[in-house]
Design a protein around this ligand. Structure first.
Ligand code: ADP
Ligand code: ADP
Length: 225
């Protein structure tokens, strides 16, 4: 279980928007909620932690890994589900996961089938594994995204606004899936929905306009929300 330590992180975009303004926070193991309205800087922070975007100043450590410097080391332990991820519509869930598993280095066919079947079961997609991704509902897409993010048994999972657009039933299902994962991993969930954090996350932070407003145990903070 890994801990993330973020210190004095800042990012100003070329158009002058200050997306992150001197953010410092520690993200412990378990489920962590990053709560903030649209435009708060959540995606910028998530992409930076996922080594996909440069920032202007600051440091990030994942245990002993210097995240901003040792990108390959981070990517070996990271599962990232971006906000708007694309899916190949004509490929089945099984084919896609099998392909990604191969890319991850799982060259043994039997082992790969074991891993892929396990992920499909964990995400409640086993029954629909031979359906094409183009026909998946929003909830199925998000659960498939989690299955993809879990390939390679990452220690840190970052999910950016995964519940936006899900209906209540799908949201409950997705919550159950995330809370299972959070038992033995560090999971960062970015969202603008308070109940996502209240239901799932032991610890949380609130950001707005690039500023960190609050950070701490959800039970202590949620009254302030
Ligand atoms: P959130 O994920 O909380 O909605 P973002 O990190 O996407 O927030 O955006 C933070 C701010 O930075 C917003 O004002 C947004 O418009 C701006 N922004 C995001 N990406 C870019 C970009 N590539 N270029 C310029 N401004 C950006
Ligand atoms: P990436 O994940 O590759 O950083 P983004 O979605 O942040 O991609 O941005 C893609 C492109 O769209 C960027 O090159 C940026 O110029 C532009 N862009 C995205 N969001 C904004 C924004 N809020 N304001 C201005 N430009 C933006």
């Amino acid at each position: 279980n890994m801990e993330l330590r973020i210190s004095n992180l800042s990012k100003t975009y070329a158009n002058g928007v200050v997306a992150l303004d001197n953010i410092s926070l520690t993200i412990p193991a378990g489920m962590f909620g990053l709560l903030g309205p649209n435009g708060a800087g959540k995606s910028t922070l998530m992409r930076t932690l996922a080594t996909l975007q440069e920032c202007d100043a600051g440091s990030v450590f994942l245990d002993d890994i210097d995240v901003l410097d040792e990108k390959d080391a981070v990517r070996r332990v990271l599962g990232y589900l971006p906000q708007d991820f694309g899916l190949y519509p004509k490929v089945t869930a099984y084919e896609m996961l099998d392909h990604f598993a191969l890319l991850k280095g799982l060259s043994n066919r039997n082992r790969r089938r074991e891993v892929v079947d396990g992920l499909l079961q964990q995400t409640n997609l086993f029954e629909v594994r031979h359906q094409r991704l183009g026909g998946f509902s929003g909830g199925m897409r998000q659960r498939f995204g989690i299955a993809q993010a879990l390939l390679g048994d990452p220690k840190l999972i970052i999910v950016d606004e995964p519940t936006a657009g899900l209906d209540p039933q799908e949201r409950v299902r997705f919550h159950n899936l995330l809370s299972d994962i959070g038992d033995d991993k560090t999971v960062i969930l970015s969202t603008h929905i308070v109940s996502d954090v209240a239901d799932l996350c032991a610890n949380m932070a609130i950001i707005n306009q690039g500023h960190l407003l609050l950070c701490g145990p959800t039970q202590e903070l949620i009254h302030d929300v």
